[in-house]
Design a protein around this ligand. Structure first.
Ligand SMILES: Cc1cc2nc3c(=O)[nH]c(=O)nc-3n(C[C@H](O)[C@H](O)[C@H](O)COP(=O)(O)OP(=O)(O)OC[C@H]3O[C@@H](n4cnc5c(N)ncnc54)[C@H](O)[C@@H]3O)c2cc1C
Length: 302
C-alpha cells in the first residue's frame, strides 16, 4: 500500500512557479509536488528531511510573491488536497486544506449555512485563509473556525489545534511563524438560513468587489496591510501613485493597494514597486507600510 502511494506521487524538478501564483510571476521550484492525500504529504516531508531540503507550502498562491530566481528545496502545492463535507443539520463544515475558499463559500450559501458569505471573492485555499486569517466585508476566517488539523514539516502524526490557540489577529495567525501544514479545517456555521437569501448576498459581495477592484488582471489582492485606522489604498492614492509603473508592474488605477501585472511583469518589477511605495509613504508620513503578501526567495521574512 505504502509502495503504491509512493510510486504515484510525482516530484517534479525545475517547474516554473509562475503557474502557481495569481500574480503569474516567480522562477522555478527546485522540486515541486502536488499531494492528493495525507500519506503523500507525510512521504514528501520525510523525503525532504532525508535530503536536508527546506519545504515551503503554496496554497492557491494568491498572496505570494516568489522571486524570479525560484525556490530551493521542496515546494508543496496543496490545491489537489481538496474536498469538503457539510453537515446541514448542525452547520459543521470539514474542508481540506487545499479546498478553494470561494467554492466553499458558495456551497455553504446554497446549503443555507450562514457565515462564509464574505469569503466568495478571496481566491485562496482553506489552508491559506487560515494562515492569513483572510477576511473581507467585516468577516474573517477566525470568526467561524473551530479547529484545524495540521502536520509538522519535520514529520510525525497529524494533530488538532483549536481556534483559541491559533493567536488570530488582523491578517495574522500563529501559523505564520510555525513549520506546520494545514491539512483540514472545521467551521461552525449557522444552519437553517434561507439559501436564496444567502446566495443573493454572496453574489452581491462578489459583484461589489469585481466592480471596485481589478479582478481582470493578475494580482495578489491588497499588497499592504492597513496601518489602522488608516487605509493603505487611500494613502497611496493620495500620493498620486495610481498608475505608477515599474516594468510590467503597475499600481492599479482602480484600487491603489493593488499592484497588477500588465502581462510582462517580473517578480523584481513587483518587488521594486513595493519598495518604491514604501519609500514614498515613509517620506510623507514617516512610517513604513508593511506588506500583507508573503515574499518567498527574497532576503526578507515578510
Ligand atoms: C483578487 C484578489 C483579492 C483578494 N482579496 C482578499 C481579501 O479580500 N481579503 C484577504 O484577506 N485576502 C485577499 N486576497 C489575498 C489572498 O487571496 C488571501 O491571503 C488568501 O487567504 C491566500 O490563500 P492562498 O491559498 O492563496 O495562500 P498562498 O498565497 O498560497 O499562501 C499564503 C501563506 O499561507 C501559507 N499556506 C498556504 N496554504 C497552507 C497550508 N495548507 N498549510 C500551511 N501553510 C499554508 C503559505 O506558505 C504562505 O505563507 C486576495 C487576493 C487576490 C488575488
Amino acid at each position: 500500500m505504502q509502495h503504491e502511494v509512493l510510486s504515484k506521487i510525482r516530484i517534479e524538478t525545475f517547474t516554473p512557479l509562475s503557474k502557481f501564483t495569481t500574480w503569474r510571476v516567480g522562477g522555478a521550484a527546485q522540486w515541486l509536488a502536488e499531494p492528493k492525500n495525507i500519506e503523500e504529504i507525510k512521504f514528501l516531508t520525510s523525503w525532504a528531511n532525508k535530503k536536508n531540503l527546506q519545504c515551503q507550502i503554496i496554497g492557491a498562491g494568491s498572496n505570494l510573491l516568489i522571486n524570479d530566481s525560484g525556490l530551493k528545496g521542496l515546494s508543496i502545492c496543496m490545491k489537489k488536497l481538496n474536498g469538503s463535507q457539510l453537515d446541514l443539520e448542525n452547520g459543521v463544515i470539514e474542508a481540506c486544506g487545499g479546498e478553494h475558499l470561494p467554492t466553499l463559500a458558495r456551497q455553504a450559501a446554497k446549503a443555507g449555512l450562514h457565515g462564509l458569505e464574505w469569503a466568495v471573492g478571496i481566491p485562496g485555499t482553506i489552508g491559506g485563509a487560515v494562515v492569513m486569517n483572510a477576511g473581507a466585508q467585516g468577516g474573517c476566517t477566525a470568526d467561524s473556525l473551530q479547529s484545524i488539523k495540521v502536520i509538522s514539516m519535520q514529520g510525525g502524526e497529524p494533530f488538532e489545534i483549536k481556534n483559541e490557540d491559533l493567536n488570530f489577529g488582523y491578517r495574522s495567525s500563529l501559523l505564520q511563524q510555525e513549520k506546520l501544514i494545514v491539512l483540514s479545517a472545521r467551521f461552525q456555521l449557522e444552519p437553517g438560513h434561507d439559501h436564496k437569501k444567502l446566495t443573493r448576498i454572496t453574489n452581491e459581495n462578489l459583484n461589489r468587489r469585481t466592480t471596485t477592484q481589478p479582478y481582470h488582471l493578475p494580482s495578489c489582492g491588497s499588497v499592504f496591510r492597513n496601518p489602522e485606522p488608516l487605509k493603505a489604498g487611500r494613502l497611496i492614492e493620495d500620493l498620486g501613485l495610481k498608475g505608477h509603473k515599474i516594468g510590467g508592474a503597475e499600481i492599479s488605477n482602480i484600487h491603489a493597494n493593488f499592484i497588477v501585472n500588465n502581462g510582462q511583469a517580473t517578480a523584481k518589477d513587483i518587488y521594486d514597486l513595493i519598495i518604491f511605495v514604501q519609500r514614498q509613504v515613509k517620506k510623507t508620513h514617516g512610517f513604513l507600510l508593511h506588506p500583507e503578501v508573503k515574499q518567498l526567495g527574497f532576503n526578507t521574512t515578510t
